[in-house]
Write a protein that binds this ligand. Structure first.
Ligand SMILES: [Zn+2]
Length: 257
């Protein structure tokens, strides 16, 4: 079985569009639908027909293209059961802990409450690919709008356990801003310093910084590094729990700059 082809692009202002294509069957999934026109253009350029949309959560910048794309391609829309009433055109509802088959591969669904109540992530382990949307970003994590900080901590922490070689596809290109914050809470982290330098250069060249990997994030993302002595010292929370460190990091990031 040949590997799936991933085609990633930026749309709207900082949303990631992502098309997942199976050359064997021709099946093509769009991870979320931030911008129907941009997605259609990218499909056309490759001669691909959209067969599915995998929605991760109900925010407009992730579902806005659903109906136009369904009308154009008759694609099936898969999305979170808990937010089904807010996912336009949803046909198949999935929940954390479930799995389904797509293009002959198992797709596992992870419940990731926090950013929204029903946010889910999709994982295709045979492709080492995680579609994390607005739960886990490169060098950061999503804002907690609907769930609790504790829920978000659990959501992010479960993803940490995936194979280190897993590619993480994110919902937004936020890495440069995330790097600036990360350096304030762990300035002595050499891997982070190095990554921040690479990210600045990539952005200057107009290039994307994602996908990242679990291995890279474990070394550099403060939200996955709540056990770091330096972070704990800077927060003056040496004896706090990991969940407390995570919550304090998220609060500080909310107020950063
Ligand atoms: Zn969102």
């Amino acid at each position: 079985m040949s590997h799936l082809e991933m085609h990633q692009f930026i749309c709207r202002s900082d949303n990631y569009g992502l098309l997942v294509h199976d050359h064997q069957s021709g099946a093509t999934a769009s991870i979320d639908a931030p911008d129907a026109a941009a997605i259609e253009r990218e499909l056309k350029a490759r001669g691909w027909q959209l067969t599915h949309i995998f929605n991760t959560h109900h925010h407009a910048d992730h579902v806005e293209g659903n109906l136009a794309l369904r009308q154009q391609f008759g694609c099936q829309i898969i999305g979170p059961k808990e937010e089904a009433d807010r996912i336009p055109g949803i046909r198949k509802q999935v929940a954390g802990g479930e799995a389904f088959t797509w293009a002959g591969r198992e797709v596992k669904v992870y419940a990731c409450p926090g950013h929204t109540k029903g946010h889910i992530a999709y994982h295709i382990s045979s492709e080492f690919s995680l579609f994390a949307a607005d739960t886990l970003f490169s060098l950061g994590c999503g804002r907690v709008f609907e769930g609790t900080l504790e829920e978000m901590f659990q959501s992010v922490s479960q993803l940490k356990k995936l194979s280190p070689s897993t590619y993480i596809y994110c919902g937004h290109e936020y890495t440069e801003a995330n790097a600036k914050f990360a350096l304030t809470v762990e300035p002595g982290n050499m891997a982070l310093q190095q990554r921040a330098g690479i990210v600045t250069k990539l952005r200057q060249e107009g290039k994307m910084t994602c996908p990242t990997t679990i291995a890279e994030e474990l070394k550099t993302n403060p939200f996955l590094r709540t056990d770091s002595p330096e972070i704990r010292r800077i927060l003056k929370m040496e004896n706090a729990s990991d969940a407390e460190i995570f919550a304090e990091l998220r609060r500080r990031k909310d107020n950063f700059k």
